[in-house]
Design a binder for this molecule. Sequence first.
Ligand SMILES: NC(=O)c1ccc[n+]([C@@H]2O[C@H](COP(=O)([O-])OP(=O)(O)OC[C@H]3O[C@@H](n4cnc5c(N)ncnc54)[C@H](O)[C@@H]3O)[C@@H](O)[C@H]2O)c1
Ligand SMILES: [Zn+2]
Ligand SMILES: [Zn+2]
Length: 436
Amino acid sequence: MKAVVWHAIGDIRLDDVPEPKIQDRYDAVVRITASAICGTDLHFVRGTMPGMAPGRILGHEAVGVVEEVGSGVRDFRPGDRVVVPSTVGCGSCSYCRAGYYAQCDRANPGGPQAGTVFFGGPEAAGGLDGLQAQYARVPYAHVGLVPLPDTVDDAQGVLLSDIYPTAWFGARLAEIGTGDTVAILGGGPVGQAAVACARLQGAGRIILVDGVPGRLDLAARQHAEVVDFNAEDPVEAIRELTGGIGVDRVVDAVGVDAQRPARGPAAEQAAGRAEQDERERARAAPDARPSGDTWVPGDAPSQAARWAVRAVAKAGTIGTVGVYPPRVETYPFGEAFMKNLTLKSGNCNHRAIVPHLVSLVAAGALDPSPLATRWPAVEDVIEAYASFDRREQGWTKVALDFGGEGRMPPASGEHAGSGAATTAGAGGTRAAGQGG
Ligand SMILES: NC(=O)c1ccc[n+]([C@@H]2O[C@H](COP(=O)([O-])OP(=O)(O)OC[C@H]3O[C@@H](n4cnc5c(N)ncnc54)[C@H](O)[C@@H]3O)[C@@H](O)[C@H]2O)c1
Ligand SMILES: [Zn+2]
Ligand SMILES: [Zn+2]
C-alpha cells in the first residue's frame, strides 16, 4: 500500500509498504478514505519534536471504513464508517475512565509514565504507524473508533479526528465562559478551528494573532478581530482592544515552532532577545536540516508563551495546546505567577470530545469542512507537505484523498475549501449532495 514514511529530519517520502495486520484481539484494520497533514507532523520533519524512528508511517488524522476487527471488538463490523481519533487509550484504566484518554496508563508499551500514545509519532508515543496510508491498524479499536453517520461526510469527519477536538479542548483548558474576551495565538488549522469552538463555548469577543496575511484573512472571515504581529505589537494591540485590561482567556495554538516577528514594532522589541531566542532554538531543534525555506524550525520557541502571559488579564487563564516537547524548558513563569494566572496545557483527550463534535456536525451546528483548503492527490503529498510547511497562500489545512474515490471533492460544497469554519447561524453551508 501507499504511505507517507518518515526517513529522517527533512526527509519524508511516499513509499510502498506492507499492509497492516490484526495483532491483538482489540485491534481493527481500517481502510483510510481521507487523511490530513497536521502542524504536529511538521515538528517531526523540522526536527523540533525528537525521537522518530526511520520507517515510521506518519499521520494521525483519518476517517475510513472498518476492514477487519479482532475477536474482542464487539461494537464495530467491517463496512462501518469511522473517525480515528489521533490519540489512543485503553478505555479501562482510571485515567481513561475519567476522560483523560491522552494519559492512559496502559496503551503505551513504555509503561504508565511513558506519555501520550498517538498514531505516526515518536517511539516514546508508543511507536504506532500512522494514518497517512491506505490502511492502518488501530489498537483498542473497541474504545477508540467513533462511528460516523452518513450525514457527516469525509471532509467534515477528517477534521474531527484531531483539529476540531484539539481546538475544543484548548478552549476548555482556557476556561472560556459566556461573554469572555478571548485571544487565540496562531491562525493555523488549530487556531482557525478554535475560533469556531470558542464561539460555541460562549466567547463574547475573539482576537486572533498570526503573522501570515492569508491566515489572518481566514480568521477575519470567521469574524474574529485579527492582529498581524508583523505590523503591530500584539500585546499592545490586545491591550488597546480591551480597554487596557487584556483578554480574559488565551488559547496558545502555536507551540515550539513559534516565530519572532520579522518586521514592525514587535520586531524592534524582540531584537534584544536574539541571542536568547537562538539558544532556545538550538536546544529545541539541534538536528534541524532545513532545505532553503522548507523545514525551517521556528526561531523563537517561547515567543507565543511570552505573548500569552503578557496579553492575558490579571487572574486570567491560558490554555496551551500548541505542542512543547520536554526539551523546551523556557516559560515566563514568574510573570504568570505575579498575575495570579491559571495555566492549563496538554495533549487533547480526543476520544472524550470527538463523539460530541460528531453530534454537533450531524445536527448542523458546526461545519468544519471549509477549513480543508487543499485536497491534493496522494501522489503529490510530499509537495503538499512542503507547501503547508512554508505556509503558502491557501495551504491552511491539507486533506488527503487516500480512498481515491472522490468521496470528498473539495469544491463540492458552497463553502468547501473556502477556509472559513462555519458555526450555527451561518446557514446553507452544506450543499445538497455533499455526504448524502
Ligand atoms: N495538544 C494537542 O493535542 C495538539 C493536537 C494537534 C495539534 N497540536 C499542535 O497545535 C499547534 C498548531 O497546529 P497547526 O496544525 O495549526 O499548525 P501550523 O503550523 O499550521 O500553525 C501554527 C500557526 O502559528 C503561527 N505562528 C508562528 N509563530 C507565532 C507567534 N509567535 N504568535 C502567533 N502565531 C504564530 C504560524 O504562522 C501558523 O499559522 C502545533 O504545535 C501542533 O503540534 C496539538
Ligand atoms: Zn495533529
Ligand atoms: Zn487507559
